[in-house]
Design a protein around this ligand. Structure first.
Ligand SMILES: Cc1cc2nc3c(=O)[nH]c(=O)nc-3n(C[C@H](O)[C@H](O)[C@H](O)COP(=O)(O)OP(=O)(O)OC[C@H]3O[C@@H](n4cnc5c(N)ncnc54)[C@H](O)[C@@H]3O)c2cc1C
Length: 461
């Protein structure tokens, strides 16, 4: 493989088995064996990888944090161009800007930026990669205040299909910059770094409040009337798990730490509607909150929201609610969850669940055509998650969760581009809606030979 630079692994290299695995996707890894993986450490390594793949007629895939639900960053016989070792973060505090290497993991991003007093809205999953996240939209517990991850992108540097380095921002290659703000990873080139606008961050308050299943209808209704319209300082998600526990996770991110004490009062519309079985509200530095949401807090175990190991399979899909759920939709959702296939054992398995992620706030004030993300008017995003342990449970779990999404289509449609689902019909319309035609035009202009393609990539026409 002469011509490739960086840390190159092939099937005979030590560490190959670990290097070729993504995060828990329910894919058949034996059918997804790449030809080689190059861990790039520089832009030049990425350029050499693209040129090598084209000269040798080998398909390629970009990879950052390996969290693609369908492992679209893997492909049999492909060269996997992994940017996870391009992971530096440079901050210009006086201008509140930064340059972030495309391989930075979200927890590192939260913590390193916090150390200098800043943040960028990003995922709660600790090892979600900034590249896949930002290119497909990206949200986290500061999003209602500061926007989606892609809303903070001021520029992007990538290696194009010829192996050339291209920069895009509002003034230069503006269409490519627009497409990079939510048009999905793996479509236009391999990003090496992102320029971002930074936002101030300090102390935050986080909540973990539980209710029994009997409160389902009243809590879902109260949450949907409150979460998209409460102050932008508060971002929450409501977890409806088939083990019968309803949990509200969320964060308050005020400008002034003295406002943290108001979090309980802001939560009153939910606390007063049904008696909780547990209430935990704590103020802490944002870096500690990020560790909690990332499931990386072994001391504070009751806060762990990712208790499973990294190999537990799952199937996730999504939809967007543009209107509040009427009563019959809430009842239908509860009945769908009550009909979930049995799961065992609970100790090692996350319960299957539906999570409602609050919309409104800063993302909703950006025009639908200002970035590639179309779902700006969402009241909330619905995330459908099935988990299982025994491989024999896989098919019925997948069928069930797809059935839940289908049953709820009258109330929530479309899909979030970062929650890729190979079973979604009309996935391009679902992910990109009215922005699809412009994305296709950008694709045709930047990658007419469709070098950057995968199962759900943007076509050239
Ligand atoms: C446990 C977990 C938690 C999550 N939490 C959140 C969350 O809180 N908020 C949220 O919005 N989303 C969340 N997600 C979804 C996440 O945003 C997507 O899965 C995202 O695509 C992951 O990006 P990645 O770089 O980690 O994955 P990868 O598998 O490396 O890449 C994902 C896609 O982007 C492409 N890509 C990767 N690197 C590059 C690059 N350098 N240039 C161009 N294309 C590239 C890949 O080819 C692939 O198509 C979560 C997912 C998981 C599994």
């Amino acid at each position: 493989m002469s011509g490739l630079t960086g840390r190159v692994l092939d099937p005979h290299s030590p560490g190959w088995e670990e290097a070729r695995r993504n995060f828990r996707s329910c894919v058949d890894y034996d059918a997804l064996i790449p030809r080689a993986i190059v861990f790039c450490q520089s832009e030049l390594d990425v350029q050499n990888a693209v040129r090598w793949a084209r000269e040798n007629n080998v398909p390629l895939r970009a990879r950052s944090g390996r969290h693609s639900y369908e492992a679209y960053s893997l492909f049999p016989g492909a060269l996997i161009v992994d940017v996870s070792e391009i992971d530096s973060i440079c901050v210009d505090g006086s201008n509140m800007t930064g340059r972030i290497g495309a391989g930075v993991y979200c927890l590192d991003l939260h913590q390193q930026l916090f150390d200098v007093g800043f943040t960028v809205p990003a995922a709660s999953g600790a090892s979600v990669g900034i590249a896949g996240l930002a290119l497909g939209g990206g949200f986290g517990v500061t999003s209602r205040k500061y926007g989606l991850t892609c809303d903070s992108l001021t520029g992007v540097t990538m290696v194009d299909a010829k192996g050339d380095l291209v920069h895009a921002d509002a003034g230069e290659n503006a269409d490519l910059h627009w497409a990079s703000q939510g048009g999905g990873g793996g479509n236009f080139g391999i990003v090496t770094s992102f320029d971002v606008a930074l936002h101030p961050i300090g102390y935050v308050a986080i909540c973990n409040i539980t209710w029994p299943w009997q409160a389902f209808d009243s809590i879902v209704d109260a949450w949907q009337r409150w979460a998209p319209v409460v102050t932008d300082d508060v971002s929450t998600f409501l977890r409806l798990a088939v083990d019968g526990v309803i949990t509200l996770f969320g964060q308050m991110t005020p400008d002034n730490p003295s406002d943290l004490s108001q979090f309980s009062a802001l939560l009153q519309p939910l606390l007063s509607v049904a008696p909780p079985t547990g209430i935990n509200i704590q103020a802490m530095p944002y870096s500690a909150a990020a560790a909690v949401f990332g499931g990386a807090d072994p001391v504070n175990t009751k806060w762990l929201i990712h208790p499973h190991n990294d190999r537990q399979p799952f199937k996730s899909t999504s939809a967007v609610a543009h209107e509040l759920f009427p009563g019959q939709a809430i009842t239908a959702l509860r009945k769908q969850l009550e009909a979930s296939p049995p799961q065992t054992p609970w100790e090692t398995n996350e319960p299957s669940m539906v999570q409602l992620l609050a919309g409104g706030g800063a993302p909703s004030r950006i025009a639908v055509d200002a970035t590639a993300v179309p779902h700006r008017a969402a009241k909330f995003v619905v995330q459908y998650d099935a988990y299982w342990t025994d491989p024999a449970d896989m098919q019925r779990s997948v069928d069930w969760i797809e059935g839940v999404r289908t049953a709820m289509l009258p109330y929530a449609s479309g899909a979030y581009a970062n929650y890729v689902d190979s079973l979604l019909p009309d996935y391009l319309d679902a992910y990109y809606g009215p922005n699809l035609d412009r994305l296709i035009a950008v694709k045709k202009a930047i990658d007419p030979d469709n070098v950057f393609s995968f199962q759900q990539s943007i076509p050239t026409q």
